[in-house]
Design a protein around this ligand. Structure first.
Ligand code: SAM
Length: 237
């Protein structure tokens, strides 16, 4: 075993998830494959097995505890990188209809290979979020859209809310968040058809602090959003 199965199961339980032995084995393979692949493609700065369990896997599972997701919903993870939070969610909830978006194809090649090894079914899409949000194949089609550690909240809202269908949820996962970032983010939600639903502060197993901000899609997003990346970064909402 590469990771401690006991720690994995304990940390999952803290997030309200009872893991089977089979699922714990999948997390074990995921961690060792991540570290092996990380030698050739930069995927994560975290390579200690316990830290992978606590900071990547269990933190991803926080979406189940705090995000109010249904097990078989249509879920997109924007800027998934090495698969967080999307892949741990799929291991824990195999019925999830998961799409993983990232702008960097090298990271997605890792995920395609991992999914093949673990027999996981997900759409793995090399596309920027703001392009996906303009594409009718994806726009307003997801019950839930998550993003962890991708951008400032107001920028992230423009990436993610256009992808959420009305009545669906945008789930933003952050480490710390300043009052200014929070205020700007909250102001951006309404411009994009969103409304703050809840903001949850929690601690992961080692005591580190995290935030999840839940934004409900209450009306369609205006066709003028998302704008292109240069406009988003020059004039964030
Ligand atoms: N979510 C992962 C995690 O929590 O470990 C990765 C976080 S990493 C800091 C940010 C990721 O977002 C990178 O993989 C980057 O390529 C991706 N990204 C940034 N902007 C993006 C965009 N507009 N559309 C899609 N992916 C984007």
């Amino acid at each position: 075993m590469f990771i401690s199965k006991e720690l994995m199961k304990l940390c999952a339980l803290e997030m309200g998830v009872e893991l089977s032995d089979e699922a714990a084995d999948k997390f074990d393979f995921y961690a060792s494959y991540l570290c092996e692949y990380n030698e050739k493609v930069n995927l994560t700065a975290i390579t200690d097995p316990d830290e992978i369990v606590i900071k990547h896997f269990a933190d991803s599972l926080a979406v189940i505890k705090y995000g109010k997701i249904k097990e078989n919903c249509k879920f997109a993870d924007v800027g998934t990188g090495a698969g967080f939070p999307g892949v741990p969610l799929l291991i824990a909830c195999p019925g999830l209809k998961l799409t993983l978006f990232d702008a960097v194809n090298k990271k997605l090649e890792f995920l395609r290979s991992l999914a093949g090894e673990l027999g996981l079914k997900a759409d793995i899409v090399h596309m920027r979020a703001e392009d996906a949000g303009k594409d009718n194949v994806y726009r307003e089609t997801f019950d839930c859209v998550s993003a962890r550690a991708v951008a400032q909240l107001r920028v992230l809202s423009e990436f993610c809310l256009p992808l959420v269908k009305p009545e669906g949820m945008f789930i933003s996962m952050k480490g710390s968040i300043s009052p200014e970032e929070r205020e700007n983010g909250y102001a951006a939600f309404s411009k994009l058809g969103g409304k703050l639903y809840d903001s949850v502060f929690y601690k992961i197993h080692n005591g580190d602090e995290r935030n999840i901000i839940l934004v409900k899609k209450v009306s369609h997003t205006s066709p003028k959003y998302p704008r292109n990346m240069s406009q988003i970064s020059k004039k964030p909402l």
